[in-house]
Ligand binder design. Sequence first.
Ligand code: SAM
Length: 247
Amino acid sequence: MARLEVDILTLFPRMCAGYLGESILGKAQEAGLLAATITDIRDHATGKHRVCDDAPYGGGAGMVMKPEPLVEAIEAARARLPGAWVVLTSPRGARLDQALARRFAEHGRLILACGRYEGVDERVMTAVDMQVSIGDFVLTGGELAALCVVDAAARLVPGVLGNAASADAESFAGAEGLLEYPQYTRPPEFRGMRVPEVLLSGDHRRIERWRRREALRATRERRPDLFTRVSLPESDLRLIDAGDDEL
Ligand code: SAM
């Protein structure tokens, strides 16, 4: 029997429990067609206060989720769900659409990591298989996005919907703007990966140029559809291929 197994990694477990326990998803769990675990990322944090966030390197507003608790939560979830795809919810990710929901349903095992604050330390990406966005808008956290993924995929598991035909012939859409640059917080070195030197330099002009360049590159690489729609000044076209020594 096909079924969907998911583990949602969140700093706010209660936000997800209610939604998953009700209606079609609740019934799918009772029927064994959906197995949903909710993991509190804070359980993987250390220290008296089990801190999971810290200030961004390079300055700026808000806090960034530290890499250690989230990566350790991902590793523990991978051990529980071998072969699962690890999906980070992020406005910088690939857009969730029905084709992707179908791939998730067919794969059958997902670990969904929920960001909070200004997002997660970029080094977490090494523990992630893909990043998924639910649209070109910014939520306060990834819980709603994770629930969108679970909901969209679970209803494609045979037997979850009362009327199988109601999952057929459904619809979707498009957007604009640059993607965000990578974020880093302490520690300066994590598993051999160092924070880019420019962010430690204290040189705000260089930091701004580095961020702009990384945003341009990320958008060009991941969302060429958005990139071709944005009208860029000559200075951006020079910056995008500039080396660190030219910032
Ligand atoms: N500073 C980030 C940016 O501009 O890209 C936004 C961070 S947001 C306030 C906090 C978290 O909410 C993100 O790390 C992500 O997990 C989640 N989130 C926000 N908007 C989302 C979206 N459209 N799709 C998926 N997740 C989203």
